[in-house]
Design a protein around this ligand. Structure first.
Ligand code: AMP
Length: 622
C-alpha cells in the first residue's frame, strides 16, 4: 500500500511510510489512511466493522480493547474502562460529578491531583488507558497495511484545552506513535467532504456533531486552505442515548411499568433500554417499530411510530438547535453566511435530526452522505496525508478560546495573546524591574478574561534568575508566548541586556471544559465594570508606590542638592500619599501624586542640571 520512491541517482528504492489518521472517540474510535493508488481515504475494518469501541478491559497480565472488551462492561465493570476521553487531562476535582456514574473506581493522584483509575489495586492514568486504544488501532493498521506504522494525526474536540491536547499527544507517544498533529474533529469532518482542499475556496461551515452522549456545534471559516474556528458550543451530556431514554420512559408510562422495571429488575431496565435503541435505529428507515416482550408472565407489545418518536425527542433536539443559534451569535455572523453544514455522529442518522438542522440552516448545503461515524477519521487521514508531504497546498489554523497573559504589579492580568487569536501564534512584550538590584522576576502565566489574575486560571509559573544588578527600570525583560499548531503554550523570558534566559512548556495540571470556558467569559462580561475600576485603582496605587520609591531615593541620596526644608516637605507629602493608598481612594491618590510631583519638580530639575553640569565638566562644547 505504501508509496514507493526511487532515487534516480543511486537507484535505491525507498518506501514512504503511511501516516494514519485516528479518531479517538468517547464511545468509539477509528483508524483511517489515504490509499496512495487513488488518493482516497478509507477506514480500516476488522471482520465487519471499522468501529473500535473505546473500551479497555484490564487484567494484571492481559489488556483487551474494543469489541472483545465490551461483554466485560456488564460482567466485570470494575475492570472495564469506557469513556476514558472524558477523563483525559482532567483533575480528580473536575470529574467528581461524573464519578458515581462510572462502573470503575476513580482516585486522585496525590502528587499532581490528576484523576486516576484504580483496577486490581493498581492505578492507571487516563493517558495510559487511551494509549491502549491507540496501540490497538496502530496494530490494526499495521496488520492491514502490512507495514510498520510510527506516525499519526489524532483528532480532538475543538473545545479541548492545552492540557487535554497534551494528554492526547502523550497517549500517542506511549503507544509508540509520533503524533504529527492534533487536529480538531470538526476540521477533520470538513476535510472529509473536501472542504478547504481547494486553495481558492473561501467558506463558512457549521459542523453539527451528535453522538451517543455528546453534542458539539462548531463554526469554521476556511480561507486559502486555512481553517479557523469561529465559535464552538454544545453539551457534553446530550446525545442519542437521551433519545433511547426518552422512548423508554414513554413506554414505561404507556404500560404503567415504571415501578416494576426500575425498582424490581435492573436487568429488565437494560433490556428495554436496548430495545428502545433498536426501535430508534429501525425508525431511521421505517415508519413503525413493534416488538413483544414477556414481563412477569405477561406479554407486552412495545410499539412506536415515527411521528410519536419525533414528538418525544423534540425537546432534546431543541437544546442542540439553541446551542447552534448561540454559536452563530458568538461567531458574529448571519445564518445566510453559512455555506455548508457537515453532519457528524451516529445520531445524525435519525431523520428528524436532519430535518430540524435543515430547518435552521435554510441557506446552507447539508452534507450527510459520508458515514457519520467515519467522517472524522477519514478527515484525519487526509490531514495525515497532507503532513506526509503528499499535498502541499493546505494548512490548518485554529484559535485560542481564552486570553493568555502574565501577572504584573498589583495582581493585574496583562494579556499577551488575546482570546480568539489564530494559532500557531507568537507574541511578546517587554517588562522591567521595579526595585533597584532586583535579581529575580517571577513570571506567572494565566488564562482568562478578568482584569485581576486571582479571577483567572493559573497555568504555571517560573522564576527568571540571575538578572545582573541594575537600577529599577533598566533591565529589559522580554517575555514571549508561543502557541504551537496543537495549541500547546511555551513561555520564554529573556533579560535582553545580559542574555539570561528561562523557558517553560505550559502543561496545566488540569483542563477546562467548554462550560467552564463559557462561565469564565460570562463572568468577565458580568464583572467588566467593577474589574475596570479595580484595575484603575491598582494601576494608580502602583504608580504612587513607584513615585514614593523614587522620591525617597531623591532626597536621601542627593543631600547636596536638596535643601532640608524641601526634604521635610517631601516626607510629609509622601506620608499623605501613603494614607491615600491605604484608603484605596483613587481620586485622592491621584491628587496626592500631583501634589508630590509639584513639590519635587523644582529640586528634581536642579538635580538634573547638577548632573549635566558634572557630566560636562572639562568637556569642550563646539
Ligand atoms: P457515535 O457516538 O457517533 O458513535 O454515535 C452513537 C449514537 O448513534 C448512539 O446513540 C446510537 O444509538 C446512534 N445510532 C447509531 N445508528 C443509528 C441509526 N441508524 N439511527 C439513529 N441513531 C443511530
Amino acid at each position: 500500500m505504501a508509496k514507493i520512491k526511487i532515487n534516480i541517482k543511486d537507484g535505491t528504492v525507498k518506501k514512504s511510510e503511511t501516516v494514519i489518521g485516528i479518531d479517538l472517540g468517547t464511545t468509539n474510535s477509528l483508524v483511517a489512511f489515504v490509499n496512495p493508488d487513488n488518493r482516497q481515504p478509507y477506514c480500516m475494518s476488522d471482520q465487519s466493522s471499522s468501529i473500535v469501541p473505546s473500551i479497555v478491559h484490564i487484567l494484571p497480565n492481559q489488556i483487551t480493547v474494543g469489541e472483545k472488551a465490551k461483554p466485560f462492561l456488564t460482567t466485570e465493570p470494575q475492570n472495564t474502562v469506557y469513556s476514558v476521553k472524558r477523563l483525559l487531562g482532567k483533575s480528580y476535582q473536575d470529574v467528581l460529578p461524573e464519578k458515581n456514574q462510572l462502573g470503575y473506581q476513580l482516585h486522585e493522584d496525590p502528587i499532581n491531583h490528576l484523576v486516576n483509575i484504580s483496577i486490581n489495586d493498581k492505578h492507571h492514568n487516563p493517558i495510559e488507558i487511551s494509549s491502549f486504544i491507540l496501540s490497538h488501532l496502530k496494530e490494526r493498521a499495521e496488520r492491514i497495511l502490512d507495514e510498520k506504522i510510527s506516525k499519526a494525526v489524532i483528532t480532538v474536540p475543538a473545545y479541548f484545552n492545552d492540557s487535554q491536547r497534551q494528554a492526547t499527544r502523550d497517549a500517542g507517544k506511549l503507544a509508540g506513535l509520533d503524533v504529527l498533529r492534533i487536529i480538531n474533529e470538526p476540521t477533520a469532518a470538513s476535510l472529509a467532504y473536501g472542504i478547504g482542499l481547494n486553495r481558492e475556496e473561501s467558506k463558512t461551515v457549521a459542523v453539527y456533531d451528535l453522538g451517543g452522549g455528546t453534542f458539539d456545534i462548531t463554526l469554521l471559516n476556511i480561507e486559502n486552505g486555512v481553517f479557523e474556528v469561529l465559535s464552538t458550543n454544545g453539551d457534553t451530556h446530550i446525545g442519542g442515548d437521551d433519545f433511547d431514554r426518552a422512548l423508554l420512559i414513554h413506554w414505561l408510562n404507556h404500560h404503567q411499568l415504571e415501578s416494576i422495571v426500575i425498582e424490581e429488575n435492573k436487568n429488565l431496565y437494560q433490556t428495554l433500554r436496548l430495545l428502545a435503541e433498536k426501535a430508534k435505529k429501525h425508525l431511521s428507515s421505517n415508519p413503525v417499530f413493534s416488538e413483544t416482550i414477556e414481563i412477569n408472565q405477561e406479554v407486552y407489545t412495545f410499539t412506536i411510530d415515527i411521528e410519536t418518536f419525533n414528538s418525544i425527542i423534540q425537546s432534546i433536539l431543541k437544546k442542540t438547535i439553541i446551542a447552534c443559534e448561540q454559536a452563530i451569535k458568538d461567531a458574529n455572523i448571519q445564518l445566510s453566511e453559512i455555506h455548508e453544514v457537515v453532519m457528524v455522529g451516529g445520531s445524525t442518522r435519525t431523520p428528524f435530526v436532519l430535518s430540524e438542522v435543515a430547518k435552521l440552516f435554510t441557506f446552507s448545503k447539508i452534507n450527510n452522505q459520508i458515514h457519520p461515524d467515519e467522517v472524522v477519521a477519514l478527515g484525519a487521514a487526509i490531514e495525515a496525508d497532507i503532513l506526509a508531504g503528499n499535498r502541499k497546498d493546505v494548512f490548518l489554523l485554529d484559535v485560542t478560546p481564552l486570553s493568555l497573559g502574565i501577572e504584573t504589579i498589583g495582581g493585574l492580568m496583562d494579556t499577551i495573546i488575546p482570546r480568539n487569536s489564530k494559532i500557531p501564534s507568537k507574541a511578546g512584550r517587554q517588562y522591567t524591574t521595579s526595585v533597584d538590584g532586583q535579581s529575580q522576576l517571577k513570571v506567572s502565566v494565566y488564562q482568562g478574561e478578568r482584569d485581576l489574575v486571582e479571577d483567572n486560571r493559573k497555568l504555571g509559573e517560573f522564576i527568571l534568575k540571575n538578572i545582573p544588578a541594575m537600577p529599577a527600570g533598566l533591565p529589559k525583560i522580554d517575555i514571549q508566548f508561543f502557541i504551537d499548531a496543537d495549541g500547546i503554550l511555551k513561555v520564554e523570558a529573556t533579560e535582553l541586556r545580559s542574555g539570561v534566559k528561562q523557558q517553560i512548556d505550559i502543561k496545566p495540571q488540569y483542563g477546562l471544559t467548554d462550560t467552564e470556558v463559557e462561565n469564565m467569559l460570562l463572568s468577565a462580561l458580568k464583572n467588566a465594570e467593577s474589574d475596570i475600576k479595580k484595575r484603575q485603582l491598582i494601576e494608580t496605587q502602583s504608580e504612587a508606590e513607584q513615585l514614593i520609591y523614587q522620591c525617597n531615593k531623591l532626597i536621601y541620596s542627593n543631600r547636596e542638592v536638596v535643601e532640608e526644608s524641601e526634604a521635610v516637605a517631601t516626607i510629609s507629602q509622601i506620608k499623605k500619599l501613603q494614607e491615600a493608598i491605604q484608603h484605596q481612594d483613587e481620586e485622592a491618590i491621584k491628587l496626592e501624586i500631583e501634589r508630590l510631583n509639584n513639590l519635587t519638580r523644582p529640586f528634581a530639575e536642579r538635580l538634573m542640571d547638577h548632573a549635566i553640569g558634572n557630566a560636562l565638566k572639562g568637556k569642550k562644547i563646539e
